[in-house]
Design a protein around this ligand. Structure first.
Ligand code: AMP
Length: 286
């Protein structure tokens, strides 16, 4: 057995930048060389393999890497039953059925009998078979969105995040087939033989992902306002309350959802808080 775990990650494409950010935010120190396949993590027993996003599943399934990061859609399309360790919260997209704007189809059920172009033929076939809708699936490796304009297909099934590519190509979404995001996967052998090491990786990434959704709030207030302020602040369990040198004053510290901060600040001020600080959190281990 290798003494260092190997993590296979995308070497280019849409998931590269966010994957490198996750690894760096987790505190892993390594050099991401442009052309090298393997990078040694200096401060953790881990080697990083840079491979094509589509090949990550193969590397992990074959045991060349014990863990890998790829898209949920790619794992589903591969049909390989790799255990998922966790969702990673980026690379979010949907595999969506779309038709030309003026086409006479409004729902997925309307697609009975059409020619459908996609780069995800396995997921697409399985989905339509499951729904009892007969479609003729045409497999393309890229530029799926131009297939209807070229007369190659009546509809497409493609990955969409904002929908702007569909719009630019005169297409309209009519229904989702799969929701996807970046995922951390492993293989059965590693799960059985190296659970502690996998757990360490999951905790490392999980703590970063949890922290991204939260902010640390610090504020001062008169002690008499504690009840009112506490009602506004959930915290991880309950807010920390610290007496200040100035008699009758307290400091309150709390963790809040990043999305809630702007709504919360005016309410805290009205309830008597002052000197409010909003700080980023590096990691959270609940
Ligand atoms: P790549 O082919 O290396 O650029 O990676 C494509 C992967 O990025 C897809 O399989 C998805 O998992 C993910 N992804 C996230 N958003 C999108 C999007 N809008 N279009 C295509 N792929 C996306």
């Amino acid at each position: 057995m290798r003494d260092r775990l190997r993590l296979a990650i995308p070497n280019k494409g849409r998931l590269l930048e966010s994957t490198l950010a996750l690894l760096k935010d987790a505190g892993l120190v390594f050099e991401a060389h442009d052309r090298s396949l393997v990078s040694r993590v200096e401060n953790h027993p881990l080697d990083i393999l840079f491979v094509r996003t589509n090949d990550v599943v193969e590397f992990v399934a074959d045991g060349v890497a014990e863990v890998g990061i790829t898209g949920g859609d790619i794992l589903a399309e591969s049909g390989v039953p790799l255990p998922r360790l966790r969702d990673l919260g980026y690379g979010r997209c949907r595999l969506t059925a779309a038709v030309p704007t003026d086409a006479p189809y409004d729902t997925i059920a309307d697609l009975n009998g059409v020619r459908l172009a996609t780069s995800h033929p396995n997921v697409t076939r399985a989905f339509f078979a499951d729904q009892g809708i007969a479609v003729d699936v045409i497999t393309l490796s890229g530029a799926v969105e131009v297939a209807p304009r070229l007369g190659l297909a009546d509809a497409i099934v493609d990955l969409v995040s904002t929908g702007s590519t569909l719009q630019v190509n005169g297409l309209r979404a009519i229904g989702d087939i799969l929701a996807s995001e970046a995922i951390l996967v492993t293989n059965e052998a590693s799960l059985a033989q190296r659970p502690g090491e996998l757990d360490a990786i999951v905790t490392m990434f999980g703590s970063v992902i949890a922290a991204r959704d939260c902010k640390y709030l610090m504020m001062n207030a008169p002690a008499t306002k504690l009840g009112e302020l506490e009602d506004l602040l959930p915290g991880l369990e309950s807010p920390s309350v610290i007496p200040l040198a100035h008699e009758g004053m307290i400091a309150i510290h709390s963790v809040v959802g990043a999305d809630e901060v702007w709504g919360l600040l005016p309410k805290l001020k009205t309830a008597g808080a002052s000197g409010i600080l909003v700080l980023p959190i590096e990691k959270i281990l609940p």
